[in-house]
Design a protein around this ligand. Sequence first.
Ligand code: ZN
Length: 598
Amino acid sequence: MLGSTTTARRRFTAGLGLAGAFVLLAPGARAQGTITSPRQQFGFNIGDDYKLPNYTQFEGYWRKLAKESNRMKLVEIGNTAEGRPQLMAIISSPANLARLDHYKAISRKLALVDGVGETEAHALAREGKAIVWIDGGLHATEVLGASQLIETVYQLVSKNDPETMRFLDDCIILAVHANPDGMELVSNWYMKDADTLKRNTNIPRLYQKYIGHDNNRDFYMSNQAETQNVNHVLYQDWFPQIVYNHHQTGPAGTVMFAPPFRDPFNYNLDALIPVELDLVAASMHSRFEAEGKPGVTMRSGSSYSTWWNGGLRTTVYFHNQIGLLTETIGNPTPQVIPFIPEQQLPRADLPYPIAPQVWHFRQSIEYSLTANRAVLDIASRERENLLFNFWRMGRNSIDRGSRDTWTASPSRIDAVKKKIDADGRVGATAMGAEGRPVTGAPVGDPINQFGRGADVKYYNDVLHAPALRDARGYILPSDQADFPTATKFINTLLHVGVTVHRATAPFTVRGKTYPAGSYVVKTAQAFRPHVLDMFEPQDHPNDFAYPGGPPKRPYDNAGYTLAFQMGVTFDRILDGFDGPFERITGLASPTPGSVAGA
Ligand SMILES: [Zn+2]
């Protein structure tokens, strides 16, 4: 085929410029043997009508592919609630797979920043590989997720076109089954009827042993085995820059909802998160339009936002990672895309409407492949920028936690507006002699041509009042009434990679003495957005359709501060502080008496 010839030539040409080219060439160029196709393995194609493989078959297939392919390494990331091994396929070029620990270390250094300066960050970004997570099967009745994952992995390990080879060179892909138990249950339930017309996914029990569908509301709590497995990969082991979480189903009259998301985004997130989301999303939508795949909507096309923390793809935002969610129609039992008149009008959030029609499962598999390849394409093209900005966000977080900062929230903006109104709107912001805004200037000044603005003293004294500063850290005293629960809370932070310290001796901060064993969570760390979000109240904006109109329902939880929900006693510390603190490795022990040297 033309594709493989081109690839071979490119590799050969690249190799000629290097001494020892043939040594370098050897691992990457070694041909693979035959790769078993899904049809050869299961007796049907992925996406055939009325067919679903279960997890036992899935596992057997991935174990076979890992033996056959030199582009895939299979890892068990832990066991599920029902004791099945949860599998992750690591897919990349053979040369990259030979140096996985090296690339993992680069991603970790950029994520955690720890002493990495800008020059080193640039060098690491140049050298590193884009780490991209793609999952499937979290919500098990959304059967498209696991099926598209099988087809995606098969194509990545078997195709030899230049684009696939570029993905493999630039990216390390973490393909993860998010809920093996659920796939076994739902697929067995679906396939049990010999009469294909009776097949359905309406199982009469939860598809995750304990929490069913809420397995996607556990990622800030890590209560379940599967959540702990996933969080360990995301926040302690691999630190992917992009995390793509597959769901089903699409809004009526469309095939898929894909990012970007509607407002609000959470004000604790780094500003690079929403704009890099746009970058990746643009790659997805442009590929759909270019491949002639209509019916993909975004933003106002559904209710999904980036506000809340706790879903697989949303907790990642608070760790400076780009989280993607798609919601796609598709079922092995053919379905119909209904005629919804409004969905026929092209607009910014649905540029390419789709005609009503009968829809087959394989078509949804093809849409999922397009989405996955679009994500890998932009990860490959923007590899160095994504890696460097990953470091930049962590660096920003550490800087913000090391000085006085203020977080604007809807209630604070409302409060300053009320204060301005109450004072009779006197004064405006004007340019002072040194180019700085001054107070008490007349109306109509040159820097507020589109409105006079308000006196800058309200910005300085009200919005940025000293008492409203962001916390530099939080102290959880070890003598509080329910210290074991405080310890459980601390462990939810440790599961998602937050740095926590424990006092080895009594210490005093701002005149208050805390006993040994107290926990300290400082905000000068890469994952500061997650720390703030777990200790501070969420201030969701009033989201009304129009003044006096009905509220728009938030996508999911609007308020969820875990420290409040668990009744943890803590002090917010607004100034820099230190003490006899040791970093906790692993999980915290609930026994305060166990502190050595206390
Ligand atoms: Zn779902």
